[in-house]
Design a protein around this ligand. Structure first.
Ligand SMILES: [Zn+2]
Length: 612
């Protein structure tokens, strides 16, 4: 099992205390270390690093934790593959990655040469039209440097000549999207006579370029087409510059265009990124979700923009729900993420508000509507509410959002929806309750033995009894989850933290957020290391013969995984206390809550007398 060896090897060579202490000031606390949590604001430290377990956890508002991988992912806003790459390098462990083609580094290097070329051309005689445009927009030298703004000369072979002079393989420059091949097989510059914006990936490498015309030539904006290193749907423009500001403001603003981002940063609003002119994708949202508690979508509100906003909300809702799941339970709550929509008057773009000064931009951002306030009229406007069944369709479309809402908030929105539909709150409530849902709730109340297949709650052939230590339990649970798509409704209630291994957590998170994608589609997108692990888990023999038995086994497994996690939390809390001091009331509070939760894991599926 190569994948197991890899992450184990990396973790064994790194010390979580050392890595965390580079970013956070730690102080000793008993056998552990404590600090003010770097992921939320607090005055008394509730962030604990446990060297014996090589783990960290925030026992305060975030109520999340993990190992060195999840710490780096969270604090740097990295995806699993990037965190792995960074930590592997640091640990001196070699791992292979999906994206590691031999040409990858070459492509970034070629883009780097092009970036310098365009930036110098901006200062040349021919660059005057571009400089005039930037002057008009009030964008000074500092911001031009910061965003690497440049100009592509009109010669149509200026960049080509420059690349050739630097001995660069022109075929690779074609693959990068910098040159294109004409009908007769010769190559020429892809961008010419345009203002150039380098587009950086999360780690700050130049992955591609966007370009704006400086005259009437159409289209006004073009960008690099898909290349091995440039995938528009995975990149947020300005992310590498805005990341720290988003974290600090605890809010990120997503706009549509490059110019909006640059203008915002020029005027000191540094928490602004752009979706690259399309709807926000799940990959883009995933990059943002760890950084802040609140996001504002500020897309155009013409018809195309409204469509993009709706699609963006779908992606966002799916991802943010991963983080807010179980929000009724403070121990597992990651804190609700607020999603707001900014409706600018038609024909106005963010740029105008940003540049007008007088705090106009702050005002419009602060006035952004809660996602439901935005959606009620928009969704109602998309159905014919006067036709038979029309109102029902509106209710069905909004039902998932209502279900995930705080009950007190719901009251308010029920009234709004009723008004919009010219109905009463009672009728709307009844319609919401009968709106179709994917599958019934699996958390059955006490005393209901719907999930008991046999006296001890296990199916007769269950593998659970032998799967008690190490990660066998994790593997069995995951093999059921991956192997039985019908059990998704159970799996969707748990946290990825239930699993011990970083790659298992990542696989679960990806699988869970992917919706009902085809298996091929899911596995093709995985890094080889994750794919190895997925293949291994999928190859485990699924013993339960019936879906019902599988369901019972999964319920039992998940209870045990939850219990294991809760016990680990308990140990970390206790060992963070100075010996000889009486426990604080906060500690006692937390322990009481944990003990209650631990007791609950024995209920419903297993009997309380059962021991593991
Ligand atoms: Zn925290």
């Amino acid at each position: 099992m190569k994948s197991l060896a890899d992450t184990d090897e990396i973790k064994s060579r790194l010390d979580v205390v050392e890595i965390v202490s580079e970013r956070v000031q730690l102080q000793r606390a008993g056998r552990n270390y404590k600090a003010n949590c770097p992921f939320h604001n607090e005055k008394t430290p509730s962030f604990i690093v446990d060297p014996s377990r090589q783990s960290w956890r925030c026992f305060g508002q975030c109520a999340s934790g993990g190992d060195v991988f999840s710490f780096i992912m969270k604090i740097d806003g990295l995806e699993f593959g990037d965190a792995l790459r960074m930590l592997a390098q640091r640990a001196g462990v070699e791992v292979t990655f999906k994206e590691d083609t031999p040409d990858r580094d070459d492509f970034f290097a070629i883009n780097g040469v092009a970036l310098k070329f365009y930036m110098e051309a901006l200062l040349s005689d021919e660059g005057i039209s571009a400089r005039n445009y930037l002057d008009q927009r009030g964008l000074g030298d500092n911001i031009r440097q910061k965003f690497g703004i440049g100009y592509s000369p009109k010669g149509k072979s200026s960049l080509k000549a420059h690349l050739a002079f630097h001995d660069i393989d022109l075929d690779k420059a074609v693959e990068c999207g910098l040159l294109n091949r004409t009908g007769d097989g010769t190559t020429r510059d892809f961008f010419w006579g345009r203002l150039m914006f380098p587009i950086h990936n999360r780690t700050g490498q130049v992955a591609g370029f966007g370009a704006r015309s400086l005259d009437d030539s159409m289209p006004k904006y073009i960008n690099t087409s898909a290349t091995p290193i440039f995938d528009k749907s995975r990149i947020l423009y300005g992310f590498h510059i805005a990341r720290d500001a988003i974290r600090k403001a605890d809010e990120g603003v997503i706009v549509e265009g490059y110019m909006d981002v640059i203008a915002a940063h020029e005027h000191g609003y540094e928490n602004v990124v752009a979706s690259m002119g399309t709807a926000v994708t799940t990959e883009q949202v995933r990059q943002l979700r760890n950084l802040a508690a609140s996001y504002v979508l500020a897309l155009d509100q013409d018809e195309a923009g409204q469509e993009a906003t709706l699609r963006s909300l779908e992606s966002s809702w799916r991802i943010f729900n991963e983080s807010t799941r179980g929000k009724s339970d403070p121990l597992f709550s990651a804190g609700p993420i607020k999603l707001k929509v900014l409706s600018l008057p038609e024909g106005k773009d963010p740029d105008e508000f940003i540049r007008s000064g007088n705090g106009e931009w702050e005002k419009v951002v602060a006035s952004a509507a809660h996602v439901i306030d935005y959606l009620i009229p928009v969704v109602a406007g998309r159905f014919d509410v006067r036709s038979p069944g029309g109102k029902g369709m509106v209710v069905n479309a909004l039902a998932p959002l209502f279900r995930s809402m705080d009950p007190f908030d719901m009251e308010d929105y029920l009234n709004k929806l009723a008004n919009e539909l010219e109905s009463t709150p009672e009728v709307v409530r009844a319609a919401l309750q009968s709106a179709p849902r994917p599958k019934a709730n699996a958390r059955n109340p006490k005393g209901n033995d719907r999930f008991r297949a046999s006296a001890d709650g296990l199916s007769p052939d269950s593998k659970i009894n032998e799967a008690t230590n190490d990660t066998k339990l994790d593997e069995y649970a995951l093999s059921l989850i991956f192997g039985k798509p019908g059990l998704r409704f159970i799996a969707s209630k748990i946290s990825s933290e239930y699993f011990r291994r970083p790659e298992d957590r990542e696989l679960f998170t990806l699988w869970e957020s992917g919706g009902a994608v085809l298996e091929d589609e899911f596995t093709n997108a995985l890094d080889p290391l994750l794919k190895d692990r997925y293949d291994f888990i999928s190859s485990l023999e699924l013993v339960p013969a019936t879906d019902r038995e599988a369901e019972t086994d999964l319920e039992v497994c998940l209870k045990r995984l939850e219990r294991r996690l809760l016990h680990e939390h308990r140990d970390s809390l206790i060992s963070a206390q100075e010996s000889g001091h009486p426990p604080s009331s906060e500690l006692q509070d937390s322990l009481t809550k944990l003990d209650r939760k631990i007791r609950e894991t024995y209920e419903t599926v297993e009997t309380p007398t059962r021991t593991t």
